[in-house]
Design a protein around this ligand. Structure first.
Ligand code: ATP
Length: 675
């Protein structure tokens, strides 16, 4: 948080009032006991239980002590105890709150359940309960109030951690191999700082009140010590004789509580995120390569066989949004995964990268990534694998970075974790990688926060993060969807350059078959959690599965008649929980018949082309040939000298519109499609 933000916060009336009140209280807490400590203890037998006089403006207590001085002197003790209780509440709450993120799933659930149970207890009852346990007195009251507030603070932390844990930058950190504790300290807690700080200040106000309550009941501060609560209790005994004796400490409690609450409000506006303490990177894990060796194709960087991702179904049992996916990606290859929304593309990628949600159950006959089988392995081993060999580029560059860390530090973290490099060396490498992905002025940019980057630049920086190690597999999940057309073009070109330079295999996930057709060598088409066709890009014109053909037919081109609705695939993909028995596409397919009641397996329809269909189409599509070069892996032939296409929501690329009998009403067979 910069100075300007602080100034802005203090310039608004709420911030100014809060700051003013707190400064006055802080000054009083420091000077009052020094200036008036002794005077506040002086008894005056001649002025017992007096009302307001010129000598004692708020009157005296039963021993003739000046009430005004006692209220002023009590500021230090009252605030100090309240702040101490707040600190206990925050520390215990944060610890309990992050435990589920640090512990495994089962232990995490236990902690969450315990916290929920404690939250269900009224706070005051809990405080009284703890006060009795810890004993009467200031120390017991501090512990009681702090611990009684901890469950609701823990719940707040849990909720916020859960919200942030789903962000791409957290997934990116996990891919980078960042350990659980470091993840919590660096990526989760700093990004939930705002609600925590606000709640902590509100808690301070509540603690003040709670203290007043406990002291009033005789469970808090014990004589001869006194705080506002104790003074309030004593004053209340004589409220009809001298109301000021009760009102003064009461007003003090309210004013201090208000000051804390207003402070919370103003901090909420200015404190977004805070850097956290720097820590030494943890020791690198044992090399994972020794743990497993791929017996697979010697040049395969990814082998997935019968990969299934299941979630508990609401009515019991399991649903499998990814249901038996088979995928092989060779070194240096660029494979595109296409399919409509919900077809399981992202989940497949997340399962491969060991980033599937905690509630997911991932199984496979075989899953090997860069020669290592990650399933069933310890976290540390998997972290090593992911951090150095797999890079992920996420869809939304806005959420792909931790907003509280400078970009250079985020990139450097990868190297520091895995190679135990010093801070400077890691940062130098980050700058170098930013230069590689053509971020201008990389030295300066490395010291900027993600929000100071443009969308395209953030996405390039995300690719640079993947290049901090030497990945064998880059998974790009809709990397250009959130970008505008020209920036999409640059990012795709960059991905292609990176692939050519590093020799890494690239898995590009997209709903835009035009982009995949241009960038990739091979296309894997997914539908309802299964692979329905796999073919070299050069054979897209001979796509055999009706679904692939329908996807191609729905790509508009410059010749598309704008007066007519865009081609769509009739019907909707099935809910994973309610997938048809046989071919999942059958309900939407023109050619479906009784045979389709049985699930078709992937079968070769041509060399290098397999389709899961009982009625594979053989009729060539009317596909512009320059759009889909004949299976060539050559970059220039794939993209031409002008670079990649301009994929967009319009899907306009060099892949031109296809006429498919299924969806072309001008065709003899054309039923079911809408042009
Ligand atoms: N955490 C989850 N819990 C339960 N089901 C989930 C979860 N995440 C995904 N799914 C299910 O998996 C299906 C496939 O999701 P996935 O994100 O892989 O689709 P996708 O093909 O990548 O689509 P999109 O292009 O919209 O991201 C979803 O439709 C949903 O039913």
């Amino acid at each position: 948080m910069g100075r300007d933000q602080w100034r802005a916060a203090l310039r608004n009336p709420v911030g100014a009032v809060a700051a003013g009140l707190l400064v006055v209280l802080a000054i009083l807490a420091v000077v009052a006991p020094i200036l008036w400590g002794d005077a506040a203890e002086e008894t005056d037998p001649a002025a017992l239980s007096q009302g307001s006089t010129s000598e004692h403006p708020l009157g005296t207590d039963a021993l003739g002590r000046d009430i005004m001085l006692r209220v002023l002197v009590a500021t230090r003790y009252s605030l100090g105890l309240a702040l101490l209780a707040t600190a206990i509440c925050v520390v215990a709450g944060v610890l309990l709150g992050v435990l589920p993120a640090v512990l495994g799933r089962r232990a995490g659930r236990l902690v969450t359940a315990a916290v929920n149970l404690a939250v269900a207890f009224p706070g005051l009852l809990l405080a009284l309960f703890f006060a009795v346990i810890f004993g009467v007195g200031a120390r017991g009251a501090v512990l009681a109030i702090g611990l009684a507030g901890a469950p609701s603070f823990a719940r707040l932390v849990q909720t916020n951690v859960a919200a942030v844990a789903g962000r791409d930058y957290v997934a990116a950190a996990r891919v980078a191999g960042v350990g659980r504790f470091r993840l919590v300290a660096r990526h989760l807690l700093p990004n939930i700082g705002e609600p925590l700080v606000v709640n902590a200040t509100v808690m301070a106000g509540t603690a003040l009140l709670a203290f007043a309550g406990l002291s009033f009941l005789g469970l808090g501060v014990q004589p001869p010590a006194y705080d506002w609560g104790r003074l309030l209790g004593e004053g209340l005994d004589r409220i009809y004789i001298n109301p000021a004796a009760a009102l003064a400490p009461g007003v003090a409690v309210v004013v201090a509580g208000l000051a804390f609450t207003l402070l919370g409000e103003s901090i909420a506006q200015v404190v977004g995120v805070r850097a956290v303490r720097r820590r030494r990177p943890p020791a690198a894990d044992e090399p994972a390569a020794a743990l497993a060796r791929a017996a697979a194709e010697p040049d395969a960087v990814l082998v997935a066989d019968d990969l299934r991702v299941g979630f508990p179904a609401p009515g019991g049992g399991w649903t499998h949004p990814v249901d038996g996916v088979g995928l092989t990606v060779r070194r240096g290859e660029t494979v595109g995964i296409v399919g409509e929304s919900g077809s399981g593309k992202s989940l497949t990628a997340l399962a491969v990268a060991q980033l599937a949600p905690d509630s997911a159950h991932v199984t496979a006959q075989r899953l090997e990534v860069a020669g290592v089988a990650p399933l069933g392995r310890a976290d540390a081993e998997v972290r090593e694998l992911l951090g150095t060999k797999v890079a992920m580029v996420f869809q939304d560059p806005m959420t792909s970075f931790n907003p509280s860390m400078r970009v250079g530090r985020q990139l450097a973290e990868v190297t520091r974790v895995h190679e135990r490099q010093g801070r400077r060396a890691a940062l130098a490498r980050a700058v170098d990688r930013l230069r590689t992905v053509r971020v201008p002025a990389p030295e300066r940019r490395a010291h900027q926060y993600p929000h100071e980057f443009s969308g395209g630049m953030r996405q390039r920086a995300m690719i640079a993060m993947g290049l901090m190690s030497t990945p064998e597999l880059i998974i790009a999940d809709e990397p250009t969807t959130a970008l505008d057309v020209t920036v999409q073009r640059q990012v795709l070109r960059l991905l292609e350059d990176v692939q050519a330079e590093t020799g890494a295999a690239v898995v590009l996930i997209s709903h835009d078959i035009a982009v995949v057709g241009q960038l990739c060598e091979r296309v894997v088409v997914m539908y309802a959690g299964r692979v329905v066709e796999e073919l070299p890009v050069g054979r897209l014109g001979a796509a055999a599965h009706p679904y692939t053909r329908a996807l191609l037919a729905s790509v508009p081109d410059l010749a598309t008649d704008r007066d007519r609705p865009l081609a769509t695939i009739p019907g909707r993909p099935p809910d994973p929980a309610d997938r048809p028995e046989g071919c999942a596409f059958a309900p939407r397919c023109e050619f479906a018949d009784d045979a389709c009641r049985v699930r078709p397996g992937l079968a070769a329809v041509a060399p290098d082309q397999r389709a899961a269909c009982w009625h594979p189409r053989t009729q060539p599509l009317d596909l512009a040939l320059d759009a889909v070069p004949g299976g060539s892996c050559d970059t220039d032939r794939r993209w031409g000298a002008e670079g990649p296409p301009e994929p967009s929501v319009q899907g306009v690329g060099r892949l031109e519109r296809v006429r498919d009998p299924l969806h072309d009403p001008t065709s003899d067979r054309g039923a079911g499609g809408q042009a």
